[in-house]
Design a protein around this ligand. Structure first.
Ligand SMILES: *Cc1c(COP(=O)(O)O)cnc(C)c1O
Length: 322
């Protein structure tokens, strides 16, 4: 078992991110506090650079490259926020970056990644195994592969968001965290354990893809087919080895949310808080609202993980009858 990152690594990541990542705002909603009879603090990573918390982990990982790694560059496979996070971090640090994206990935995402300076290589996801292809290109060019969640520096970087939240608002009773492969959840748990030891950290994943919940309950990593859900940042098949070791140790529970609950949360964010939040970023709030956790009288943190949503889809979500 590789060495797990600790809160000291989160603190070191925060130092590297200083002056590069935004300290995102913590927002409140009087309406919601009244409805839940609780104090809810939203940590808004939709206002992070490139629009999601993933900038934190990517920048932290690339900052730690040695001279040879910087020269050869970084490689990642992703059609989502991790691609943009690696491309932007690499540009800021003057490092070349290659991102593998499926040939059928939305053109807008390809364009955004290129605009941040990444070299996009497209592949046929029905004919080519992206992991094999990535390793081939990495070996040919001597590039360092940065995975989206199962990497100590990515986890430590992700944990800096919850660190900022606890430092700003103090101890919490609960923290709800959007969960795909568990990088944000495990990093947040490291910060909670150090800064608010009694806080119960709760992961929330799509109901259609409850592999993390099954894994936590069974005690070993459960792999599922790619889930069908509007939460495209959480369509992971399994949590990571590192993330799962931290989740088992430091996370209280994992809940699920349906797509309908995500749309309801998205509409709440838009209507009441004037926030654009992508479906995956709504998981935390949906879990707090529908997960059956007794929140009355409690201090509750909700991590809002990102706001990158295609505007046409977003309009359809908001217009749909609830
Ligand atoms: C990647 C992502 C997640 C899931 O993060 P993991 O570390 O894989 O659990 C949640 N929300 C958004 C917006 C993301 O981009």
């Amino acid at each position: 078992m590789p060495v797990l990152p600790t809160f000291a690594d989160v603190a070191a990541a925060a130092g590297r991110l200083e002056g590069h990542a935004h300290h995102t705002p913590v927002l409140r909603s009087g309406t919601l506090d009244q409805r839940l009879d609780a104090q809810v603090f939203f940590k808004c990573e939709n206002f992070q650079r490139m629009g999601a918390f993933k900038f934190r982990g990517a920048f932290n990982a690339l900052s730690r490259f040695d001279a040879a790694q910087r020269k050869a560059g970084a490689i990642a496979f992703s059609s989502g926020n991790h691609a943009q996070a690696i491309a932007l971090s690499a540009r800021l640090l003057g490092i070349p970056a290659v991102i593998l994206m499926p040939a059928d990935a939305p053109q807008a995402k390809v364009d955004a990644t290129r605009a941040y300076g990444g070299e996009v290589i497209r592949f046929d996801r029905y004919k080519q195994d992206r992991e094999v292809l990535t390793r081939e290109i990495a070996a040919q060019r001597g590039m360092t592969l940065i995975p989206p969640f199962d990497h100590a520096d990515v986890i430590a970087g992700a944990g800096t968001s919850a660190k900022e939240l606890f430092e700003e608002v103090g101890a919490l009773d609960y923290l709800f965290v959007c969960t795909g492969g568990g990088g944000l959840l495990s990093g947040s748990a490291l910060s909670a354990r150090a800064l608010s030891p009694d806080c119960k950290v709760i992961g929330v994943e799509p109901e259609a893809g409850n592999d993390a919940q099954q894994s936590l309950r069974s005690g070993s990593i459960v792999r599922i087919p790619t889930p069908q859900t509007i939460a495209d940042g959480a369509q992971t098949q399994a949590v990571g080895e590192l993330t799962f070791a931290i989740i088992r140790r430091d996370v209280s529970d994992i809940l699920t949310a349906t797509d309908a609950q995500l749309v309801e949360a998205m509409r709440f964010f838009a209507e009441r808080m004037k926030l654009v939040v992508e479906p995956t970023g709504c998981l935390g709030l949906a879990g707090a609202l529908h997960g059956g956790v007794p929140l009355a009288g409690k201090r509750v943190g909700v991590l809002v993980s990102g706001g990158n949503v295609d505007l046409q889809r977003y309009g359809q979500f908001l217009a749909a009858v609830a």
